[in-house]
Design a protein around this ligand. Structure first.
Ligand code: FES
Length: 65
């Protein structure tokens, strides 16, 4: 599901790049090579980082199953 329309980021992108304690929203955007534009997604991305289970290391992202 898209969580950031400005940068076309999905919840999978966020989870894949948000693994690890102390990871901030800004760190996720930086890791994905973009930055918030309108900022509407920031609260949702933050919530995802806090609540979503992170994938195991080595999980490949970006492909459509
Ligand atoms: S929806 Fe993410 S910056 Fe606009």
């Amino acid at each position: 599901m898209y969580v950031c329309l400005c940068n076309a980021l999905t919840d999978r992108d966020v989870r894949a790049h948000g693994a690890g304690e102390g990871c901030s929203v800004a760190m996720v955007y930086r890791a994905l090579g973009c930055e918030p534009q309108c900022g509407k997604c920031v609260p949702y991305v933050r919530q995802l980082l806090r609540s979503a289970p992170m994938p195991a290391a080595g999980v490949e992202v970006g492909g459509d199953d």
